[in-house]
Write a protein that binds this ligand. Structure first.
Ligand SMILES: Cc1ncc(COP(=O)(O)O)c(C=O)c1O
Length: 441
């Protein structure tokens, strides 16, 4: 739950990456996204090492949707990790960060013609194709560029992962992918093999996010391999690549107990051995972890702005951020934990909601948090496990600037993303001009 370098001393003062968080807050302001480099590097290298034990060696493709900025892309390039992008914007950010697109996979259920052209132009290594329409469009564009796009077809295996409905994607009734039923996926295979601009190399299925059991991951791989056995007999096609997506859960609170990555990979090794037909080469496994790489590396710092009691006796602790920098509690009741810097909750503490500053009653980050009795306005609050889908989903609601992202390591802090200023909020606005033929002219 805590970043690797998290430390709380005898006086309850917190430091991350060897820097007291009160120094970070003073230097960079609040709210502030803090990223622990040691945790990031640990998770990425662990994925790389675990997948390398497969034969042929598998590869992690970090899911940029969880957290992406130029520095993150540069880190991935440095460590030899791949990247899953879902938009031209993510790809452009990666390229600007020095990431080589040969190791990118371009996913997403709608890719605009401009995005397809851009991906082909910069040489995206792999395309995750979501529909027959996209297959046709990609083939046409690739032929126009005088090339073939290497494609994995996104399939839905019909697996209901036990996670929140909004982050569940493996069932047949979903906007994502092509169903492995009623011949839908088989039709796509036939089309992919026939189209001149497409080089079909394998299949992909992502079943959901924040999954805390091993079984759905193994079932997913089993379905992909079973489907591959069908295409081997019907079309003579056996995949070179099977991309099993992301989805491994993390510990947001003490109740969450995700399986170890190594155990999942060990299970996958057995499934591959069991389902690969004699005489065929085992496919290369790709994984696309997002949350399980970045979530625990991130901590958000806030300052307490107000503490109040309502007639029922309930208390609200309001901070200077909220749903603009972390939409997940409002979006799908995501649970978080908070720790106050320099103060212990103690037996005389109180329970109260951690509320944000935004103009929505639903802007509650934690409905029932434990607070120290001597909590005061100005105290610094650290909310844990905010590295994934926080900065990435941040908005300017209420015209509040988005916080900075600061990476910390061994006493050194680097700004990965600057804090927005008020000027940035209206930088792209046009000015008011009267209508030539308007009622007010
Ligand atoms: C295709 C695909 N791959 C990978 C991921 C990353 O999932 P997670 O952050 O749960 O690992 C997602 C998340 O939505 C996804 O849609």
């Amino acid at each position: 739950m805590f970043p690797i370098t998290w430390n709380q001393d005898d006086s309850h003062q917190i430091s991350i990456g060897g820097i007291p968080i009160r120094d970070l807050a003073e230097r960079f302001g609040t709210p502030l996204y803090v990223m622990d480099y040691a945790t990031l590097a640990d998770r990425l290298t662990r994925y790389r090492a675990a997948l390398a034990t497969l034969d042929p060696p598998g590869l992690p493709y970090f899911a940029g949707k969880a957290f992406l900025c130029r520095a993150m892309a540069g880190l991935l390039e440095d460590l030899g990790i791949g990247l899953d992008v879902v938009s031209g914007g993510e790809l452009a950010t990666a390229v600007a960060g020095g990431f080589r697109p040969e190791r990118a996979i371009f996913h997403g259920n709608v890719k605009t013609p401009e995005e397809i052209a851009y991906g082909l132009e910069v040489g995206v290594g792999l395309w995750g194709v979501d529909s027959l329409d996209e297959l046709e469009a990609l083939s046409r564009a690739a032929s126009h560029f005088g090339t073939q796009a290497r494609v994995v077809l996104r399939l839905t295996p019909g697996i209901e992962a036990h996670t929140h409905a909004f982050i569940r994607t493996g069932q047949f009734d979903t906007k994502f992918g092509l169903a492995m039923s009623e011949g839908i996926a088989e039709e796509a295979v036939a089309r992919a093999l026939a189209l001149p601009g497409i080089q079909l190399v394998g299949f992909h299925a992502h079943i959901g996010s924040q999954i805390l059991e091993i079984a759905p991951f193994l079932a997913n791989l089993e379905r992909l391999l079973s489907f591959s056995r069908v295409t081997l007999s019907t079309h003579g096609f056996w995949p070179e690549i099977l991309d099993v997506g992301g989805g491994l859960g993390v510990r947001y609170t003490a109740e969450d107990d995700p399986p170890a990555l190594e155990t999942v990979v060990e299970g996958m090794r057995q499934v591959i051995a069991e389902y690969t037909p004699a005489g065929m080469a085992a496919p290369q496994v790709l994984m696309e972890p997002g949350r399980s790489v970045v979530a625990e590396a991130g901590v958000t710092l806030y300052r307490v702005g107000a503490i109040k009691r309502v007639p029922s006796g309930k208390r609200y602790v309001a901070v200077d951020g909220g749903m603009g920098d972390n939409i997940r509690p409002a979006l799908y009741q995501a649970a978080y934990q908070a720790v106050v810097d320099g103060k212990a909750p103690g037996a005389d503490g109180f329970v109260g909601a951690l509320a944000g500053r935004y103009c929505e009653s639903g802007d509650i980050l934690i409905p029932e948090a434990r607070w120290p009795a001597d909590l005061e306005v100005g105290d610094l609050v650290a909310v844990l496990v905010t590295g994934a889908y926080n900065y990435a989903m941040a908005s300017n609601y209420n015209r509040v600037p988005r916080p900075a992202v600061v990476a910390v390591h061994q006493g050194e802090a680097k700004v990965w993303v600057q804090r927005e200023r008020w000027e940035d909020l209206y930088r792209l606005d046009g000015a008011w001009e009267r209508w030539e033929r308007g009622a007010n002219g």
